[in-house]
Write a protein that binds this ligand. Structure first.
Ligand code: GDP
Ligand code: GDP
Length: 456
C-alpha cells in the first residue's frame, strides 16, 4: 500500500471505519414534550429530526446515525407521535415499547421542571421489564439552578439523573459519555449471546393490508411457537419461531403485523416506528407488496428503510391470485421504473390466499442471506478491479485520470468495500463498479456499501 501513496495507518483506519457491522441502537423515549426530539437533534448534530412541530404530522424517518467520541450508533426518535385514541399513558407506553424492543440501550427523558409523573412511572416499569441499559436524562435543566430539580429524579430508581438542556446543549456531552459506557459495540440482536447460532431473524414488513398477517398465518399453520410475550400494555406475541422448509426461523415483531387497535392520529408514524424496529431486529426483511395495486411511495419508503438499515431483502408480490393479464403487464413496467434501484432483491410472486409459491419464499430468503454474508478475498477482488480499471478507465477530468489503485472488503452483513483511488471518483463510475461487482460476485438480495478513499 505504501508505494501507492497511502500511509498504512490511513489504510487500516479506512478499513476499520468502513468495516463496522450493524450499528448498536439507542432509543430515546419519554412523554410528549419532555424534549426527546430536541435531544435527538443534539445527539445527531443536525436539525432534520424535528420536521414539524405540529401534532399528527406524518413522519417516516425515525432512525438516524450518530457519532460520539469516535463511536457510531443509531438513534431511534420516538418524538414524532402524538397522543392518540389510546390515551396518553397507553400511547406513550406503546411507542416506548417498540423502541425499547429494538434498542440496545435507552435514554429515558424526563422533564426535570415538571418532575416524575405517573406516565413516567409507567415507562419506568416497562424499562425494568425490558432489562436494557438505561440512562436517565433530566431535561430542561438550562442552568445551575435547575440541578436540584434533576436530583429529585433519583426517586425513579433508575440511578443517577443526568441533568441536561437539550435546547442549549448543557450536560449533553456528559450524558452521551454515560450512554457510551452502557451501549454495546454491536447490536445485541444481531451478534450478541442468544443471536449466535440461533434461528435466523426475518422481519415481514409492508404497508397496511398488503397481506402480512395472511401470509404469516399461511406459512406458519399450526407450527407457530410464541417466543416471548412482552409485558406491559399488550400480551401480543413479539417474536415467533416458525418452521419453514425444514428450518426454524424467527419472525420478529409479529405483534406489529396484527392490527390490534385502530389508530387514528399518528397511525403512519406508529407504523413507521414499528417497521424500523422490526428491521433493526432482523437480518433479512421480506417486503410484501400488494401486486393488485400500484406500487406506492409508501412501499418505496419501506424498501428504503430496509436498504438503509443494511439488511438482506426479499420482495414478495402478494395477491397474485387477483391479477389479470393487463395488471401483470403494468406491474412489470412499474417494477422496472419504481424499483429499479433494488433489482438485486430476489423476487417471489405469491398468494397468501391460495398458497401459491409459498415454497419459493425460503430459497429466496436463503439466497439473500448468503449474499449478505458474502466475503470476497482481497486477492480476487484486486484481480477483478485491476481488469476492470484497465478495460474501463475512469473518464479524464481536468487533464487527470483518477484511478482505483486497490481495494478490500472491510466487512459483511452487508458487504462493505473500501476502494483506494488516486483522485476523485465520480458517482457514475462508482455505480458502474457496484454493477460490475454484482455481476462478478453475486450479492443477490443485499445492499452493498462502497466507500472511496482518495490519496492526498
Ligand atoms: P418531544 O415531544 O419529547 O419530542 O419534545 P420536543 O423536543 O418537541 O420539545 C418540546 C418542547 O420543549 C419544545 O418547545 C422544546 O423547545 C422544549 N425544550 C426541549 N428541550 C428543552 C430544554 O432543554 N430546555 C427548555 N427550556 N426547553 C426545552
Ligand atoms: P396486513 O395488514 O398486511 O396484515 O394484511 P392482511 O393479511 O390483514 O390482509 C389484508 C386483506 O387482503 C385481507 O382482506 C386479506 O384477506 C386480503 N389478502 C391477503 N392476502 C391475499 C391474497 O394473496 N389474495 C387475496 N385475494 N387477498 C389477500
Amino acid at each position: 500500500a505504501a508505494e501507492e501513496g497511502f500511509d498504512i495507518e490511513d489504510v487500516e483506519g479506512a478499513i476499520e471505519a468502513a468495516g463496522h457491522g450493524p450499528l448498536p441502537v439507542l432509543a430515546v423515549v419519554g412523554r410528549p414534550n419532555v424534549g426527546k426530539s430536541t435531544l435527538v437533534n443534539r445527539i445527531i448534530g443536525r436539525r432534520e429530526a424535528v420536521v414539524e412541530d405540529k401534532p399528527g404530522v406524518t413522519r417516516d424517518r425515525v432512525t438516524y446515525e450518530a457519532e460520539w467520541a469516535g463511536r457510531r450508533f443509531k438513534v431511534v426518535d420516538t418524538g414524532g407521535w402524538e397522543q392518540d385514541v389510546l390515551g396518553i399513558d397507553a400511547s406513550v407506553a406503546a411507542q416506548a415499547e417498540y423502541a425499547i424492543e429494538a434498542a440496545d440501550a435507552v435514554v429515558f427523558v424526563v422533564d426535570a421542571k415538571v418532575g416524575a409523573t405517573d406516565t413516567d412511572e409507567a415507562v419506568v416499569r416497562l424499562l425494568r421489564k425490558a432489562g436494557k441499559p438505561v440512562v436517565l436524562a433530566a431535561n430542561k435543566v438550562d442552568g445551575p439552578s435547575g440541578e436540584a430539580d434533576a436530583a429529585y429524579l433519583w426517586s425513579l430508581g433508575l440511578g443517577e439523573p443526568h441533568p441536561v438542556s437539550a435546547l442549549h446543549g448543557r450536560g449533553t456531552g456528559d450524558m452521551l459519555d454515560a450512554v457510551l459506557e452502557v451501549l454495546p459495540n454491536a447490536p445485541e440482536q444481531t451478534f450478541g449471546g442468544a443471536g449466535i447460532g440461533g434461528p435466523r431473524r426475518i422481519a415481514l414488513i409492508g404497508r397496511p393490508n398488503v397481506g402480512k398477517s395472511s401470509l404469516l398465518n399461511k406459512v406458519a399453520g399450526e407450527e407457530r411457537v410464541v417466543v416471548n410475550e412482552l409485558a406491559g400494555t399488550t400480551r401480543d406475541p413479539v417474536d415467533e419461531l416458525i418452521e419453514l422448509g425444514g428450518v426454524t426461523w424467527k419472525f420478529v415483531d409479529t405483534a406489529g403485523i396484527r392490527k390490534r387497535v385502530h389508530l387514528q392520529q399518528g397511525a403512519d408514524y406508529y407504523a413507521s416506528l414499528r417497521t424500523a424496529a422490526a428491521v433493526e431486529k432482523a437480518e433479512v426483511a421480506v417486503v410484501l407488496i400488494d401486486a393488485s395495486e400500484n406500487i406506492s411511495v409508501q412501499d418505496q419508503r419501506i424498501i428504503t428503510m430496509a436498504v438503509d438499515a443494511g439488511r438482506a431483502m426479499v420482495i414478495a408480490y402478494n395477491k397474485w391470485d387477483t391479477l389479470d393479464e393487463e395488471r401483470r403487464y403494468y406491474l412489470e413496467r412499474e417494477i422496472e421504473t419504481e424499483l429499479g434501484q433494488v433489482a438485486w432483491a430476489p423476487r417471489v410472486n405469491v398468494s397468501a390466499y391460495t398458497g401459491r409459491h409459498m415454497e419459493k419464499l425460503v430459497p429466496a430468503i436463503e439466497t439473500a442471506l448468503a449474499g449478505w454474508e458474502t466475503r470476497v478475498p482481497t486477492g480476487r477482488l484486486n484481480a477483478f478491479l485491476g481488469e476492470l480499471v484497465s478495460a474501463h478507465p475512469h473518464p479524464v477530468r481536468g487533464g487527470k485520470q483518477p484511478r482505483i489503485l486497490f481495494g478490500t472488503q472491510a466487512g459483511t452483513k452487508p458487504p462493505r468495500f473500501v476502494l483506494f483511488a488516486s483522485g476523485f471518483i465520480e458517482a457514475g463510475y462508482r455505480r458502474f463498479i457496484e454493477r460490475r461487482l454484482r455481476e462478478e460476485f453475486g450479492f443477490e438480495g443485499t445492499p452493498i456499501h462502497i466507500s472511496v478513499r482518495v490519496r492526498e
